[in-house]
Design a protein around this ligand. Structure first.
Ligand SMILES: Cc1cc2nc3c(=O)[nH]c(=O)nc-3n(C[C@H](O)[C@H](O)[C@H](O)COP(=O)(O)O)c2cc1C
Length: 184
C-alpha cells in the first residue's frame, strides 16, 4: 500500500505564497507517483493558540480540535513541511500546530521546503531542533527556494511560479527519494 504523506502549509496569512509553493510540491510528487500525498493547509484547520491544560507528551487531549488534529496527523506516515521565513524563524502557526501533538509526530520522517530571501534556511534550521524534540526523523535533503528581485509581482505573489520554482526541482526530487528510502 502507498505511504501517506502530508504536505503541510506552514503559513496561514491572507495573500500568502505558501499555497502556491505547496501546489508546486504536490504536482511534482503526484507526477512521480511515489506515495499518497495530500496538502494539509493549517489555514483550513484554524487551530486556536494552544489551549490544552497539559503538554501533548502526556497524551490527555481535552479539546475537540486537538483530537481531530491528532487523528488527522496520525493517518500520515511522513510529512513535507512547506515553510516561509518570518524574522529569521518560521511562522507561529506552524509551531502552534506542532506543539498541539506529540505521539502522532513520533518516529515519522519529515522533509522541509523553505522559501525566503535566504531560501528559508534560518526557518528550517530552527525547525530541525523542534522536530528532533518531537522525535521525528528529519531528512537531510531540503528544498531552499531563494527569492530574487523579480520573484514577486505587484500583489506580492510569485510572478512566474515556473521560473521561480522549477530551478529547485532537483532538490525536491532528491528529498522525495530520501523520503521514499526512509519509508521503505
Ligand atoms: C512577519 C514577516 C517576517 C518576515 N521575515 C523574513 C525574514 O526574516 N527573512 C526572509 O527571507 N523573508 C522574510 N519575510 C518575507 C517572507 O519570506 C515573504 O513574505 C513570504 O512570502 C512569506 O511567506 P507566506 O507568503 O507564505 O506567508 C517576512 C515576512 C513576514 C510576513
Amino acid at each position: 500500500m502507498n505511504k501517506k504523506i502530508h504536505i503541510i502549509i506552514g503559513s496561514t496569512r491572507p495573500n500568502r505564497i505558501g499555497d502556491t509553493v505547496a501546489k508546486w510540491v504536490d504536482e511534482h510528487v503526484k507526477a512521480a507517483d511515489t506515495g499518497d500525498f495530500e496538502i494539509v493547509d493549517l489555514a483550513d484547520w484554524k487551530l486556536p493558540m494552544l489551549d490544552e491544560p497539559v503538554q501533548a507528551m502526556v497524551g490527555e487531549y481535552t479539546q475537540d480540535h486537538t483530537k481531530k488534529w491528532g487523528e488527522k496527523v496520525q493517518t500520515a506516515d511522513g510529512f513535507i513541511i512547506v515553510t516561509p521565513e518570518y524574522n529569521a524563524g518560521y511562522p507561529a502557526s506552524l509551531k502552534n500546530a506542532l506543539d498541539y501533538l506529540y505521539k502522532e509526530w513520533n518516529d515519522k520522517p519529515v522533509g522541509f521546503v523553505g522559501y525566503g530571501w535566504g531560501g528559508g534556511q534560518d526557518a528550517v534550521r530552527h525547525l530541525r531542533d523542534v522536530v528532533a524534540r518531537l522525535k521525528m526523523n528529519a531528512l537531510q535533503a531540503q528544498v531552499s527556494i531563494v527569492f530574487t528581485q523579480d520573484t514577486h509581482d505587484e500583489n506580492r505573489q510569485i510572478a512566474d511560479p515556473k521560473k521561480a520554482l522549477e530551478p529547485h526541482k532537483a532538490e525536491l526530487v532528491a528529498m522525495i527519494e530520501e523520503l521514499q528510502k526512509t519509508l521503505s
